[in-house]
Write a protein that binds this ligand. Structure first.
Ligand code: 5GP
Ligand code: MN
Length: 330
């Protein structure tokens, strides 16, 4: 960990210690990194006597409901109206709009802290603890928590360790992605020593699938199409697929790994219908195409090898436009 990073972690711990009312928010369609990070910080801040409110612009996915206090995260933004906070702490958000309209527009806080690991992060905070080399936001949250517990002579509680390990596991695919470093593994080792259990986290994240999700996967896989001599693969998930299978929108998570792992595929994308003529796209690349850069053309972002964006228009036009763009980027 660099000296600069340590100074930032200390600074954030100091701001949190001198604040009383803290609002923490995460991104839409929250994943294990976002939810694990917010629950871990919540656990420690409560221990040191802070008033903490957690907010998510979307419901917490079923697969993350094994984490303690997941149901303390507010989903209804109206519960935030009229409340004032010393700090707004945004976690795992590449830009301020990622936590929904209310958070984007609110001025009901004194200091804005941005803790994240997206390369596309636009440094929207008053304090920005952003590290694109970190495997996940939970790594950065761990550093802040280390400062907080050092100052108050605590140890990392097992529930907090589990939440952080969930963040790491979800964003590294169980330590399989290129972002996994020795630092990631050292943090994970400390979390296991603090009471987190790898098998428990992995069982919940990777081996707990509903029948509805499997049905949905089968529908989506049937749309698999190849372009550019097999270098591009794409799939489509419609709202009708959700209706016919009874699956949730969140159940699309992980599906992009199927086309991404096919021999010869350099870049894969999944188009998800979110409203009439409005689609959310998820991209995965083996490295040749910088999908963060590609998504920035559509107002999105993420990482070089995993990114997303929202596009309005007709499905066929979007497919053509994206495939043409990717052909040029290959
Ligand atoms: P996923 O495909 O898993 O939804 O997202 C891949 C990565 O891109 C994640 O790190 C996610 O936070 C980021 N991402 C997805 N959609 C968007 C978007 O619309 N804007 C930005 N800035 N990042 C996104
Ligand atoms: Mn993340």
């Amino acid at each position: 960990m660099s000296t600069e990073a340590k100074v930032l972690a200390q600074k954030i711990a100091g701001i949190l210690e001198s604040s009383q009312n803290i609002l923490m928010t995460i991104h839409e369609s929250p994943d294990g990194d976002a939810v694990g990070s917010v629950l871990a910080l919540h656990g420690v801040l409560k221990l040191i006597g802070k008033n903490v409110v957690m907010f998510s612009p979307d419901v917490i996915p079923m697969k993350l409901r094994f984490l303690s206090d997941w149901d303390a995260i507010l989903i209804d933004e109206k519960k935030l109206h009229g409340k004032e906070f010393d700090v707004l702490l945004m976690l795992d958000c590449g830009d301020k709009a990622r936590s929904g309209k209310y958070i984007h527009g609110t001025k009901s806080y004194k200091t804005l802290i941005n803790i994240d690991h997206h390369i596309s992060n636009d440094m929207f905070g008053d304090v920005n603890y952003v590290d694109a080399k970190a495997s996940c936001t939970a790594e950065k949250v761990y550093e802040v928590i280390k400062e907080l517990i050092k100052n108050s002579k605590l140890i990392i509680p097992p529930d907090v360790a589990t939440a952080l390990l969930t963040g790491i596991y979800d964003d590294t695919g169980g330590m399989r992605y290129i972002s996994t470093t020795s630092h990631t593994l050292n943090i994970a080792a400390d979390l296991v020593d603090s009471g987190a259990n790898c098998a428990f986290v992995s069982e919940n994240l990777f081996f707990s699938v509903s029948r509805e999700k499997m049905e949905l996967t089968s529908h989506v896989l049937s749309t698999l199409t190849f372009e550019a001599e097999g270098k591009i693969a794409h799939m489509v998930m419609t709202k009708k697929d959700l209706e016919t299978t009874g699956a949730f929108a969140e159940d699309s998570e992980g599906m992009i790994d199927f086309p991404r792992s096919i021999y010869g595929v350099e870049v894969a994308f999944l188009i998800k219908e979110v409203a009439h003529d409005k689609y959310k796209l998820s991209f995965r690349s083996r490295g040749t195409v910088d999908v963060n850069k590609f998504c920035s053309n559509y107002g999105g972002g993420g990482h070089k090898v995993a990114a997303g964006c929202t596009i309005s228009g007709k499905l066929d036009d979007i497919k053509k436009d994206v495939v043409n763009g990717l052909r040029k980027a290959l």
